[in-house]
Design a protein around this ligand. Structure first.
Ligand SMILES: Nc1ncnc2c1ncn2[C@@H]1O[C@H](COP(=O)(O)OP(=O)(O)OP(=O)(O)O)[C@@H](O)[C@H]1O
Length: 358
């Protein structure tokens, strides 16, 4: 792994609880990793620890095979060859774009410097803008200059902390895709912090979900959504509910019995012996619940949120069990109406039973 964190712990002076608590992860060269999680969960602190800017209490940070933070040994931040981009573009307002970028290239011969500045401006889609001043650029352009400045010295690793949070929503999404393309074109390895899931999915090869200093799962977007390792990840990513279920071994495989009916022919279903009496909770995503007028299973519309092509319905069954369902928006049912639903899933994710839903 190009970046390897092993049991990393960070605690600020005078804090009772660690800000980063035993995090291990590996990021291959040329990959983009993204950290997401609720405010205060330790994302920025983890990034700062990788940069050498936060007090590592235990564990290791290895970069390109070299231990940059180990017990009794730490490489100073400026010697780690890490490029950083933060939310406030941090460009020098009195320097033009070329001189802003040159700032990271001191020591380089003048001609080579000019060449490299042209190269990175091409890379970020701002060719020929060397002479512009930051105030002459839009927020998105300034952030691309900040990225160019960080990339110019060809750092081993790029760290980006919520670089789009000062930009409006539409621009953020476009820039997230652009940023990924730029980092890939530069063959950079990058670790990125955001609290926006869509941004994380747009950018990350690997995504880490953090909670209270711990890394709950480090995986690709598909696995986080379809195979969440913990209830927290299941709740944090996407929409869905936990429904009580009992597992039964049949000749054809395991059947999963729920209030919405029985599910069979599933891939990756655990054996009933995995849980006491085969009883567990099963995660049903909003896209696992299909609206079907012909279904004998009915649920009442409690709430609905228009999402363009579809509604996100919150439904309640007789007996109180709540569900969420994505329903095409031409099926516009009224609040309080009973509609037919069924489960359509080819795999299930199960968790130990917890009394969270009816
Ligand atoms: N310099 C500091 N001194 C003491 N405690 C700090 C310091 N910086 C952060 N913390 C604490 O460490 C914990 C993690 O903070 P951190 O900023 O890393 O979280 P975050 O996930 O990046 O949050 P956000 O999404 O709000 O930026 C929080 O409890 C925070 O209050």
């Amino acid at each position: 792994m190009f970046l390897q964190l092993s049991n990393l712990g960070v605690r600020y002076p005078d804090q009772n609880t660690p800000a980063v608590d035993g995090v291990s992860l590996g990021l291959p060269a040329g990959s983009i990793g993204v950290l997401i999680g609720p405010s205060g969960c330790g994302k920025t602190t983890l990034l700062r620890a990788v940069a050498g800017l936060a007090p590592v209490e235990h564990g290791e940070v290895r970069l390109a095979g070299e231990c940059v933070s180990c017990p009794g040994h730490g490489v100073p931040p400026e010697a780690r060859h890490i490029g950083m981009v933060f939310q406030d573009y941090a460009l020098f307002p009195h320097l033009d774009v070329g001189r802003n970028i040159a700032f990271g290239l001191h020591g380089m011969e003048r001609h080579a410097q000019t060449h490299r500045i042209g190269e990175v401006l091409d890379l970020v889609g701002l060719p020929g803008r060397q002479g512009s001043y930051p105030h002459e650029l839009s927020g998105g352009q300034q952030q691309r200059v900040a990225l160019a400045r960080a990339l110019a010295p060809q750092p081993k690793l790029m760290l980006l902390d919520e670089p789009f949070s000062n930009l409006d929503v539409g621009l953020r999404e476009r820039l997230a895709h652009e940023m990924r393309d730029i980092l890939k074109a530069a063959d950079a390895t990058a670790l990125f912090v955001t609290h926006d899931q869509l941004e994380a999915f747009a950018i990350g090869d690997l995504i880490g979900v953090m909670q209270a200093g711990k890394l709950e799962q480090w995986d690709d977007a598909y696995s986080l959504y379809h195979r969440p390792a913990t209830r927290f990840v299941a709740n944090f990513i996407g929409h869905g509910v936990f429904v009580p279920a009992s597992l039964e071994q049949r000749q054809t495989g395991v059947a999963v019995h729920t209030a919405l009916g029985s599910l069979q022919n599933l891939t990756d279903c655990p054996l009933p012996s995995h849980y006491a009496d085969g009883k567990c909770d099963v995660l049903l995503r909003a896209d696992d619940i299909v609206h079907d007028d012909a279904s004998p299973v009915k649920a009442r519309v409690l709430r609905k949120a228009f999402r363009g092509a579809e509604f996100l319905y919150t439904l309640q069954m007789q007996g109180g069990l709540q569900l969420q369902a994505h329903v095409p928006s031409h099926h516009d049912h009224a609040i309080g109406e009973w509609i037919g639903v069924r489960v359509q899933a080819d795999h299930v994710v199960t968790f130990a039973r917890e009394a969270v839903n009816a």
